[in-house]
Ligand binder design. Structure first.
Ligand SMILES: C[C@H](O)[C@H](O)[C@H]1CNC2=NC(N)=NC(=O)C2=N1
Length: 94
């Protein structure tokens, strides 16, 4: 179920580095180099498969840009927050 803007901004208060814009959650990570960026992306890919929820993302050398939304709901749902928290956990591990 699509979350309201109030629900989204309240959840984002506890999450550093994520922003809500254009019906999606956005963040960007900068790594030491391409290898570290791609390693994080591959871990995130496995987690996304497990959750059956997938990021819209791009990578340029050591930077990974991520946007999360639920296409079916045309907005942000609890599934996007689940994946966002999983991503934060993976990147903190790197
Ligand atoms: C059939 C399958 O459940 C859907 O296509 C899933 C797959 N991954 C998805 N990922 C995202 N981010 N949004 C979706 O709506 C979505 N739908």
């Amino acid at each position: 179920m699509k979350l309201t803007e109030t629900e989204i901004t309240s959840r984002l208060k506890t999450m550093d580095g994520w922003e809500y814009e254009d019906n999606a959650l956005h963040t960007s990570f900068e790594f030491e180099n391409f290898k570290d960026a791609f390693s994080a992306m591959s871990r995130i890919a496995f987690e996304a498969e497990a959750l059956n929820h997938h990021p819209d993302w791009s990578n340029v050398y050591n930077v990974v840009n991520i946007s999360l939304s639920t296409h079916d709901a045309d907005g942000v749902t609890e599934n996007d927050f689940k994946l966002a928290r999983a991503i934060d956990g993976i990147v903190e591990e790197e």
